[in-house]
Ligand binder design. Structure first.
Ligand code: GLA
Length: 710
């Protein structure tokens, strides 16, 4: 077994740069001996095996363990048994990269398996757990961690991303004082509305830097409720506990039944959070997100361009306008459906997925055909998990919504959540989507939206599980039946950005906020764990619809071009000059897109720390790179900045070219004279040690540089 290590008293698994080791003594609690950089010498492992004490690796409530446990169970009519003792019974290498460690409570007859999967090449460790009730009576699993990692760290800092609608993924840092810290969601469907299920845990008193410091990056892959608990024991252990939200974690486990938790993916870095991001991106593009090693198309979405107010003529004009700019996919957003209850605002029509004759008397076909004629693909917005009370669907099936018995169901954005945990609702959703796709051949893309939370339900928390399982079944079914269909994951913007959904969709809408200035922060946080090449970022109109801020087109374009580029404004509303610039931006993006898709992200200057921000992408072989710089707040005293690059090969020359430049010679102020040929050819060493000098001309100035190794 190549990556698995097993001896009489120890078991572990390696990836290229990491090792995790457990002490595995039959009949004793499992202990975590080590999680850190790769151990290559077996003598080191022997020394670890001999350690006098090590933290328990999956402690249960009710024994000697006094901190937040990994597992809590209750059994008996009056819960007379709340104490569990999970002892190691054996290990198994399920395959070359998967280790299964089994624990058993012999009194309660409960088996818990810890499954550890190593992705050797991509340096990622996946962990999850499974519990089986081997007794002949049921019990209640009050809490069960998908992963439990007791780190012998005396100090730690938690970095995570939180926010709200149109303000997603803002980074927070908090030093972990002794005690219990929790971050989580229990909205049921919009799983990442307030916080994202991904964290960076830094070792020490300060958060790690981009290139230095010890940390662990972890992301939970589940589109339901979740929480990370960090329990800092003042004696010197910080336990990372990942799984369900404690408020909704309770599950009944009948005799003979099993339950399996979702995956936590983690990676250990001794070179800061930049390494964490790059590993997650690489792994996600190869292993998690369908077809993500290939580029996504450039989208024009109709939402901010027309909202609910359009007809066939307008859409055809927009398609023509989009084609002239060089757009590759036209997406028709909300408002195209609802015949008896026309979807002209958000109060009605949701659930009635027939084309609205008043707006589109000839259906979708003329739009699809026009896209085809113009060499574009066609996409459509749907929100299949929801229903407005004013809809034919609700009239026919009022019993299909999620509600709490004896209580009135609450509305949010004028809609209810359909109870996707029910088989008949699942079948209806699949049938409805199939009907839309089969009756309108030529839909290549769907934007799957989800605009409210689950606020109430009946039937226990297992409803949440079945809901998510059925959501996955639908996505997987669509993937099999329509293999070329691209699915954008959206939930009021970035409300469902996690690896459960992303494993079954192709890209995501990061936020309804298209204000490029705020997007820099949103994309900064999003890029910690999720690849920019699948992060949809669209150029909004000059006066932003949400913030009212005016931003130059060049700035709006460059912020969107640093991710999966698209447009969210009407091509008909552009001045001639702006249309020309947008055309150039689109064609420039086509020339550099391979760097966003295959390049590795280096965050150079943080918008949280400076008046400007900078990131770059470098191809893995370092032959090409791309630099984005944005001026956020202009002041004369800081009009010049040396931006030191990263990821380049120091002993090679790079040709530097500014893209979408207005006046090339003004932009770079390196020692060689501005505008001279020499300044366009610099060593990697120079660029990384001295940096590229940038002159900012005004607030919201932006720069894109392309580097090609010579
Ligand atoms: C959500 C999405 C938007 C748009 C609207 C349509 O808010 O995030 O992009 O699709 O719904 O109602």
């Amino acid at each position: 077994m190549k990556h698995i290590y097993r001896s009489n008293s120890c078991c572990g698994i390696h990836t290229t740069n990491q090792t995790i080791l457990y002490r595995t003594l039959i009949g004793a609690p499992l202990e975590l001996l080590y999680f850190g950089s790769r151990i290559t010498d077996e003598r080191t492992i022997s020394a670890l095996e001999g350690a006098a004490s090590a933290p328990e690796a999956y402690p249960a409530f009710g024994g000697v363990y006094r901190r937040s446990p990994a597992f809590r169970v209750s059994k008996g009519s009056e819960q007379q048994h709340t104490s569990a003792r999970l002892l190691f019974t054996g290990s198994e290498a399920a395959d070359e990269q998967t280790l299964v460690l089994s624990l058993f409570d012999s009194y309660l007859q409960l088996e818990v398996s810890l499954i550890i999967e190593a992705d050797y090449e991509y340096d990622m460790i996946g962990m999850y757990t499974r519990v089986t009730n081997c007794s002949d009576t049921s019990c209640i699993i009050d809490y069960m961690a998908a992963a439990f990692l007791p780190l012998s760290w005396k100090e730690g800092v938690l970095t995570n991303c939180t926010g709200s609608w149109a303000h997603e993924m803002h980074m927070n840092e908090q030093r972990l004082n002794p005690g219990i810290h929790i971050t989580g969601e229990r909205c049921g469907v919009r799983t990442t509305r307030f916080a994202n299920p991904s964290i960076i845990l830094s070792h020490g008193e300060h958060a790690v830097g981009e290139q230095t410091g010890i940390c662990i990056g972890a992301a939970y892959a589940w589109s339901g409720n979740w929480a990370f608990l960090l329990d800092h024991d003042p004696d010197g252990t910080i336990s990372l506990i990942a799984g369900d939200h404690p408020d909704t974690a309770r599950r009944i486990l009948t005799a003979g039944a099993s339950y399996q938790m979702p995956h936590l993916y983690l990676t250990y870095s001794e070179s800061g959070r930049g390494t964490v991001s790059r590993r997650f991106h690489r792994w996600a593009k190869q292993r998690m997100i369908p077809d993500a090693a290939n580029p996504r198309s450039i989208v024009l979405n109709s939402w901010e361009a027309a909202y609910f107010d359009f007809d066939e003529t307008l859409l055809l004009q927009m398609i023509d306008g989009a084609a002239r700019i060089g757009i590759e996919t036209f997406v028709l957003d909300d408002g195209w459906f609802g015949s008896d209850y026309p979807r002209d605002d958000d109060t009605q029509g949701l659930g009635d997925w027939q084309v609205q004759p008043a707006k589109l008397p000839r259906g979708l076909t003329p739009l699809i055909d026009r896209c085809r004629e113009r060499g574009m693909t066609f996409g459509l917005w749907i929100e299949p998990e929801m229903v407005n009370p004013r809809s034919r669907l609700f009239e026919q099936h009022p019993e299909w919504i999620l509600s709490a018995e004896h209580r009135e169901a609450s509305l949010e954005r004028g809609q209810y959540v359909l109870d996707l945990s029910r088989e008949e609702v699942l079948i209806w959703v699949i049938g409805t989507i199939e009907q839309i796709l089969d009756q309108n051949p030529g839909i290549d893309y769907i934007k799957w939206d989800c605009n409210r939370d689950i606020k109430e339900l009946s039937g226990g928390f297992a409803v949440y599980d079945r809901y998510v399982e059925n959501y996955y079944r639908i996505l997987e079914h669509l993937g099999e039946r329509y293999p070329a269909l691209v699915i954008q994951d959206c939930a009021s913007g970035g409300g469902r950005v996690e690896y459960g959904a992303l494993h079954r969709t192709h890209e995501f809408w990061a936020s309804d906020n298209t204000d490029a200035l705020q997007r820099i922060f949103i994309q900064w946080g999003t890029g910690m764990f999720y690849p920019p090449s699948v992060t949809a970022a669209h150029v909004g109109s000059e006066t932003n619809h949400i913030t009212g801020r005016h931003l130059p087109l060049a700035f709006r374009c460059s912020v969107a071009m640093s991710c999966r580029f698209g447009v969210e404004l009407s091509p008909l509303a552009l001045s001639g000059e702006d249309r020309e610039f947008l055309c150039e931006a689109v064609s420039t993006y086509k020339g550099i897109r391979h760097l966003i898709v295959s390049g590795e992200l280096y965050r150079l200057v943080s918008p949280y720390e400076q008046h400007h921000a900078a990131i770059m992408y470098v191809l893995p072989d370092r032959s090409e790179a791309l630099l984005f710089v944005w001026e956020l707040r202009f002041s004369v005293g800081s009009a010049y900045e040396q931006i030191r690059l990263a990821g380049l090969q120091e002993d090679r020359m790079y040709e530097v070219r500014e893209l979408l430049a207005e006046h090339l010679e003004q932009h770079m102020m390196n020692p060689v004279r501005s505008g001279s040929e020499a300044m366009r050819l610099l060593t990697g060493e120079y660029l990384q040690r001295c940096g590229l000098a940038i002159a900012f001309r005004h607030e919201y100035d932006s720069r894109i540089f392309h580097f090609v190794m010579k």
